[in-house]
Write a protein that binds this ligand. Structure first.
Ligand code: GLU
Length: 465
């Protein structure tokens, strides 16, 4: 059975690059009917924060990347790492080292100055030191030739024999180093496939050496290209390496983020839009593109518009509600809200934009700017509005097409341009010279609200005169 994992370090929020790694692991596991595990690599006590654990969890939940096991926390598994380290020590595959930090630093500096690779020189390798305070445990690298592994995407990757030195696996305070904890976790969690960013290729030889020492077959590795910013540099805060939750707050749908991230460096023919179900069905690691993917914020925005238009309106509504909190929307029926959403959803790219466009629907007494009233409702049009008031009782409000027809006839009869009449009505109904299509607005508001707003605007207009 396939088992994948997403192991974020909780030293920051989940951003697009991390979310894509999580997504690929999730899709691969789901496609194979396997398991997806969440694990927090929080051994760095200084930088790991509970706040980030929480925000990463909410971001994954919001995206719908449900894990089957975990979350595990490395900080709670120290005794397990110590057990594995002890085993290596007892088998003579690891040894204690008493070299002081200062000494190691000085040697490292010297090697660096001579332009040489910085490696541990093996001072304590054959001293047979027993565990004692202040001593770290180092892995004893056997005389090995090259380190080779077959990356699922890149094929054979070869590292020279001197790539790895006798590195520390357990620090003198008993805490595991990053590489060691990762390997022990991947072994004990039964990970079969490690799908991660290609910035981790350089960690792989060290990890392979640990697998070998522990006598365990390593998992399969697939190193996926990094996500780059639009300018080709590493994705940074500047180009939107923002938290996934910030996208949520800006009015993005999880469907859009998922779809966009999947398409970022992966494809299935020329299909552009995928639901999560389709992605699970069609995901194939071999189709991941090896060229680094560039993040394109405009494209993400376009995907968001697409998914706002496409998901059923009933499903859209709960995503929109958090953006309506400035409006007394609870006073209105679900039917009213659904009608409004259907009218507005083809015209926006974010939920925030959507909410901003629908303010006038939730206030029965709009405030009108005096200039707008004067400009768009001159006395002649005001008289037409007064006469129109009677007709409204018999107009059909069921669909915008017949409303338009009825208003066209009225304008003709009154000898005015439909455009002028429409603009006056727009001001009356929305308070603004720009709004969603007028007849759709009327249909959504319904006869009684339309009448009330026109009546009120006539009164206000007369007060201005
Ligand atoms: N904790 C690592 C990170 O956040 C992931 C390591 C791995 O996938 O092996 O980049």
């Amino acid at each position: 059975m396939v088992v994948t994992r997403f192991p974020p370090s909780p030293t920051g929020h989940l951003h697009l690059g991390g979310a894509r790694t999580a997504l690929f692991n999730y899709l691969f596991a789901r496609h194979q009917g396997g398991k997806f595990i969440l694990r927090f690599e929080d051994t760095d006590k200084e930088r790991s924060k509970e706040e980030y654990v929480e925000s990463i969890i909410s971001a994954l939940e919001w995206l719908g990347l449900k894990w089957d096991e975990g979350p595990y926390f490395q900080s709670k598994r120290f005794s397990l790492y110590q057990e594995y380290a002890q085993r290596l020590y007892e088998e003579g595959k690891a040894y204690y080292c008493e070299c002081s930090k200062e000494l190691l630093e000085a040697r490292k500096k010297e090697l660096q100055e001579r332009g040489l690779k910085t490696r541990y020189d093996g001072t304590c390798r054959d001293k047979n030191l027993s565990p004692a305070p202040g001593r770290a445990l180092r892995i004893k690298i056997p005389e090995i030739s090259e380190i080779i592994f077959d990356d699922l995407l890149r094929g054979k990757i070869v590292f020279p024999p001197d790539e790895v030195d006798d590195f520390i696996i357990l620090r003198s305070d008993g805490s595991p180093t990053y590489q060691f904890a990762v390997v022990v976790d991947d072994i004990t969690m039964g990970i079969t496939h490690v799908i991660r960013g290609d910035d981790h290729i350089s960690n792989t030889p060290k990890q392979l050496v640990i697998y070998r020492a522990l006598g365990v077959d390593p998992p399969l590795f697939a190193h996926i290209p990094m996500v780059l910013g639009p300018d080709g540099n590493r994705l940074s805060k500047r180009h939107g390496a923002r938290s996934i939750l910030e996208y949520k707050e800006e009015g993005y749908l999880p469907q859009a983020i998922i779809n966009y991230l999947a398409r970022l460096g992966w494809g299935y023919g020329d299909q552009e839009y995928f639901t999560m179900e389709e992605l699970i069905e069609k995901f194939d690691l071999q189709k991941v593109n090896l060229a680094p993917a560039r993040f394109d914020p405009e494209k993400l925005l376009a995907f968001n518009g697409y998914w706002i238009r496409t998901i059923p309106t009933e499903e859209l509504l709960p995503h929109l509600k958090p953006f309506l909190t400035n409006y007394p929307f609870q006073k209105y029926s679900e039917d009213y809200l659904i009608k409004i959403l259907e009218s507005i959803k083809p015209r926006v790219k974010t939920l925030k934009e959507m909410a901003e466009m629908m303010d006038f629907y939730f206030f029965e007494e709009l405030s009108y700017e005096k200039e707008l009233l004067e400009k768009y409702i001159p006395p002649k049009i005001k008289e037409v509005l007064k006469r129109l008031f009677q007709d409204l009782n018999i107009f059909n409000f069921e669909d915008e097409k017949s409303l338009e027809l009825q208003f066209r006839e009225l304008a003709e009869k009154e000898g005015i341009k439909l455009r002028d009449l429409a603009q006056a009505l727009r001001i009356a109904l929305t308070g603004k010279p720009i709004s969603p299509p007028l007849f759709e607005v009327m249909k959504c508001l319904g006869r009684e609200r339309v009448k009330a707003r026109i009546e009120r605007v006539i009164k206000l207009r007369e007060e201005v005169e």
